[in-house]
Design a protein around this ligand. Structure first.
Ligand SMILES: Nc1ncnc2c1ncn2[C@@H]1O[C@H](COP(=O)(O)OP(=O)(O)OP(=O)(O)O)[C@@H](O)[C@H]1O
Ligand SMILES: [Mg+2]
Length: 222
């Protein structure tokens, strides 16, 4: 599902260069559930952002779902993000002026899904994450765990092939984090998606089938 070949991402800061990714070669099978671990600054988020089409590689090849994404133009990349990827972030990243229902519907607006179908699907997903009675709440009217549930529902709205989660339990207490992990595990099984999750928590990483360790912008071989 994901094939990276000698992937580099270099940031230029004034006259200094930061090698956030320094030659990553990697294959992830369809349907895999992989945890990405490693020290702060080792390139975990950078790798996820490249796979999700949120950022571009400096050098190298990256194929996702059979498509080379390093050569896509802005439109192609936007289409790719919408069609292939779902994202979950540590800080939830919900739109604060929108209700839970509107947040989950949001990706479907861009996918041009008709309104009635949009609402039906968003309600179904919010029910599935246990928030059927919170659809009219805005993010400030939800707990952290509830906000992350909305974010999980939103990430699943477009039926992604690849779900990318960057420290999805990082802002949650361990009990709430375990509930989010149960949701992700269920989504992984039921939707047959490929799940790539960054975490600092070995207990959270233990849910994955495999742990990928990063250091200094590279994958460490155990
Ligand atoms: N937009 C940017 N501009 C410049 N440097 C950046 C940028 N984004 C990341 N970096 C640098 O790239 C390196 C890798 O960052 P990245 O966010 O991928 O680390 P990480 O492994 O996710 O760390 P953490 O566990 O703290 O989230 C860091 O040294 C960081 O300072
Ligand atoms: Mg990070």
């Amino acid at each position: 599902m994901v094939a990276a070949r000698d992937l580099h991402r270099t940031y230029t800061m004034g006259r200094a260069e930061v090698h956030a990714l320094a030659g990553v070669t990697l294959d992830i099978a369809e349907g895999a559930f992989i945890a990405v671990m490693g020290p702060s600054g080792s390139g975990k988020s950078t790798l996820l952002n490249l796979i999700g089409g949120l950022d571009r590689a400096s050098v190298g090849s990256l194929r996702v779902a059979g498509q080379e994404i390093t050569t896509l133009d802005e439109n192609g990349l936007a289409f790719y993000r919408r069609r292939v990827c779902g994202f979950i972030f540590q800080s939830f990243n919900l739109v604060s002026s929108m209700t839970a229902l509107q947040n989950v519907e949001f990706p479907l607006v861009f996918a041009r899904v008709p309104r009635a179908e949009r609402t039906r699907r968003a309600r179904y997903l919010l029910d599935a994450v246990g928030l059927g009675d919170r659809v009219g709440h805005r993010p400030t009217e939800l707990s952290g765990g509830e906000q992350q549930r909305v974010a999980v529902a939103r990430a699943l709205a477009n039926s992604p092939r690849v779900l990318l989660a960057d420290e999805p339990t990082g802002n949650l207490d361990s009990h709430t984090g375990a509930e989010i992990m149960a949701l992700l595990g269920r989504a992984h099984q039921e939707a047959h998606l490929t799940l790539l999750m960054v975490t600092h928590d070995p207990g959270v990483a233990a849910h994955a089938q495999q742990i990928l360790r990063m250091r200094d912008g590279q994958i460490q071989i155990d």
